[in-house]
Structures are given as C-alpha cells and as structure tokens.
Ligand binder design. Sequence first.
Ligand code: MTE
Length: 403
Amino acid sequence: MSKQKGRGAFTRRSFLAATGQAGAIAGLSHLFPSSFAASAFAIAAQTTATIKGKERLIVRSLRPEDLETPVALLNSFITPNDLFYVRHHLYAPRTEAAGWKLDVSGEVERPGAITLDEIRRLPRATTTVTLECAGNGRAFFDPPVAGIQWEKGAVGTARWTGARLSDVLKKFGVKSAAKYVVLDGADKSFAKIPDFIRNVPVAKALHPDTVIAYEMNGEPIPPLHGFPLRAIIPGWEGAYSVKWLARIELLDREHDGFFVKTAYKYPTKRIAPGAAVDPKDMAPLTGLVVKSLITAPLDNSTVKPGAVKIEGFAWAGESDIVRVDVSLDGGATWREAALGREREKYTWRGFSHEFRITEPGHYTLMARAADALGNVQPVEAMWNPSGYLWNVIDRVRINVEAA
Ligand code: MTE
C-alpha cells in the first residue's frame, strides 16, 4: 500500500480527520489491507499542528499522538521528557493517581489488586533504558510499507524508576503454571482498533531489571508516557513497555489478542521485498537489534573545511555495543570511533570521531555499529510487511564549502 493510493478517498479522509480517527488507523494501516486504512495514513502524514508540551517534536499523527524526535535534538545521553518520542495506538486515557490500582489475576495464588501507594512502598528500582519503537525507520523500506512513517527519531533514553515487577508479583504468588504475563493499559479499544494488550514471557517479567515505573527521569511519568504507571521491559522493542498499566494477568499460554497474535511479528526467514508472508513463518519480536544514529553533522548540512566531528549513539537492546566504525567516503574506508564513557546495561552508547576534510564537495558519512554477540549493522534491511527493525548502517550527506 503506498502513499499515492491513499490520496483518492477524499470523503472518507475528511470524515476521519474530523473525527480524529485518522491517526489511530494510520498507526495500524499495515495490518488492515484496505483503502480505508490507506486514506487515513495519507492524512495523518500531512499534519503540521503541535502537541502541548511536545512542541519541538515532529507530528506523525495528531490523534492519537505519534510524535517523533528530530535527530538534531537527540544529542544527550538522557533524552529530556519533553523531547521523548510518543507512540500510541489508541487515545491516551485520562488518568489520576488517586485511587489508581493494578489488578492481578490468572495463574497466581492470591488474585487481587495493589494500589499505587503500595507499589511506591516497595523497594525502589531504576532501570535506564533506550526505548525504541519497532517501526522506527519504517519510512525507508522499499517497497514502501504502510503505517506510521517514522524516520530516525522514534527512539530515546530515560531513567525509569518504580518497583520491580517481580516484587509486585511476589505479593500475589506466581503459580508454576504461569508462562506469560499479560500487560493491559487503561487505553480502550475504539473504532476498529482492538484493545492494546501485550504479554511478556515469565522469565523476562521476573528479571530484576524489569520494572513497573512511576517516574521518568526523576519526575512522575508524564501523561503521554503512561502516568501513573507503566511497564518497562528493558532491551525489548518499545511495544512491550505498556503505558497506563491497570491490569496484569498470568497465563499458562500466549494471550490471544490482536497485539500478540497478529501485530509485532517478524518473518523467521528472509523474504523477497514486497512478498506476502505466511503467518506460520512469523515470530514475535523481542529484543532490539544493533543500530546506530548519526546526530552530528546533520543530514544535508553545510560545514566548513577542517575538523569535522561525526557523533551519535549506537544501541543493541539487551546486548552491548562493542565497536562503531565510521566512514567519510560512503563506506569505501572505515575508522574506529571512540565510544562514550556513559553507558548502562540497556542504553545506547555515544560515539565520536574527528575527520579532517580539506577538499570542498559532497561527502557521505556513515556509522556501522557492532554488538557483543557479533552482530553488525547490515548494508540492506530485511524487508518485512510491517516495516519493523530498520537497522541499516546510518548515513548522512554533507556539503563541505570552500575555505
Ligand atoms: N501502551 C499502551 N497502553 N498503549 C499503546 O499504544 N504503545 C507502545 C508502548 N506502550 C502503547 C503502549 C509502543 S508501540 C511504544 S513504541 C511505546 O509505548 C512508546 O512509548 P512512549 O510513547 O513513552 O515513547
């Protein structure tokens, strides 16, 4: 489904824009094979309005809010809350701390609920995490893939503080039959969009770094990021980190809802670009893949001759970045970049290298990251129907002016 196709359906498009449903459907359009979804996609991609408190972000969809951070602003190890990208499928619910409770049911000894205050009284745990939407980079797939057309900025790093999910679950007694922990936010299904419910295998849920957060970078989690409670599933693609967390259920099997059974799946074997994939050849996404982002110089910028510093971040989900190579000549030759001192288990790592450029002209700068498991960023992305996990060697074009 391409952008062009969607431009025909004017009546439906204006209806969707007026009712605010365009953005929601656009976010899932890669999973709804109809011109209805394509038309919603077209309108959502064109808006120029801004969202209060997030004025500096790029609006990919106005309602529900899908907001991307411009690469120029991703220049600090911790991404400030007002610059952090936003992704949701449904309308953000109105939430209040007073009276908030988390229901826990299913394969537990003592089903019941825990209040926000009780969660706050559990030992505090902070996990610093680079969170990235699985669809970050979707705009670069060829042939194009429908869905929110994220470019490079659906990623950011924050310190998430709360209680360990394992400490919360201990209160209810996890039965040995439990295999998956279902995470359900307070956002509600509307129009044709199913309820956003995800599940995480018990081993990952009980890992000490998995938290139910109530603070983001030292402040109560802002409403768009899941106030008052959200799950943080470190190193895994962003959709596991369910916002406005209101209900947990332990199951002896995978949840059978749309956002587990159909969405967030990736082909298990290489497929031809544009080809359909049999659902039996798809597996759930889990960890983020090795990736780099050049944050300076910016794409299409003009710089003076002399010292030109290439900078950015590289990350690899649950794995560590061990090396980043950079190139000045479109990948013909490479230099090893210096890695930043700031690092935590699930975060990106800064990299930098200073080139000397004396000749004016156009240059293609590249960054290629490698992780501790031996994975290296590919030259070409593996095309997949939903446009997930774009992690091609990053590149920017610069113009070096005459002295
Ligand atoms: N949680 C709920 N309840 N509803 C959602 O639509 N979107 C998920 C996840 N948690 C979502 C959600 C997706 S797809 C991503 S990438 C992250 O939240 C984005 O988190 P952020 O908006 O705080 O950046």
